[in-house]
Ligand binder design. Structure first.
Ligand code: MTE
Ligand code: MO
Length: 217
């Protein structure tokens, strides 16, 4: 113990300083609680109309569809991941439960020429990413957070979580995936946000893009 009565080890926080953590990408701050951030209204879940669709350049040329009951029966696993919103708040250490994107890739394989995917949600919201980002270890179609079913505002019945990209790349109320043989911009990527969206290198805005980072705007 030092003479201030504080243990020598452990994190020492200065009064009035924001929490910093090595898990926080540059320019982000820690958010307590879980804010709701999205564009447009919260869709109403209609179980008998809901389906999850894989389409575009599949290996066999066929679409693949799961209704809600079928999708709910897919093998469930969990991943611990942070959420980084480009508006600068981050939420650390959530446990997401659901179906890894890799499981979808295995059940509905893409054709060899597929390089990118577009993930589609209700009301036409979409996010594009490289196939490698989609196939990454932590990428998961989540139904649960910290053991509890997602709420409507947070994406029930299904949202994508791509832990290593800004959170706009993870559509809430997700309804399908399109396999693509070339890149195309999604909803925010067409509206001024970076095509790739890596929070660790602060790829926030499209004006920061280098040649090759994305299709012409
Ligand atoms: N369908 C849909 N998904 C979306 C969005 C949206 O506008 N529509 N916003 C994204 C953004 S910018 C963020 S930061 C996260 C926020 O998730 P949360 O509201 O659960 O915190 O959802 C992402 N998924
Ligand atoms: Mo965001």
């Amino acid at each position: 113990m030092d003479d201030m009565g504080q243990p020598e080890s452990g994190v020492h926080r200065e009064a009035g300083q924001p929490d910093r953590s090595p898990d926080l990408p540059p320019g982000q701050r820690l958010q307590r609680g879980w804010p709701v951030t999205h564009y447009g209204p919260v869709p109403k879940f209609k179980p008998d109309r809901w389906e999850f669709r894989v389409f575009g350049a599949t290996a066999d040329g066929d679409k693949r569809c799961w209704n809600h009951e079928e999708f709910s029966a897919l093998p469930f696993s969990t991943v611990e991941a942070d959420l980084h919103c480009v508006t600068k708040f981050s939420m650390l250490g959530a446990e997401w439960g659901g179906v890894p994107a890799r499981t979808i890739l295995a059940l509905a394989p893409p054709a060899p020429q597929v390089t990118h995917v577009m993930v589609w949600a209700e009301y036409g919201y979409s996010a594009n990413m490289r196939l490698a980002d989609f196939a990454a270890d932590g990428t998961i179609f989540a139904t649960h957070k910290d053991g509890e079913l997602l709420t409507a505002e947070h994406g029930f019945p299904l949202r994508l979580v791509v832990p290593h990209l800004y959170a706009w790349k993870g559509p809430k109320w997700v309804r399908g995936v399109e396999y693509m043989a070339a890149d195309r911009r999604g909803f925010w990527e067409e509206r001024g946000y970076h095509n790739l969206g890596d929070p660790w290198t602060e790829q926030r805005y499209s004006y920061q893009e280098e040649p090759g980072d994305g299709p012409e705007l």
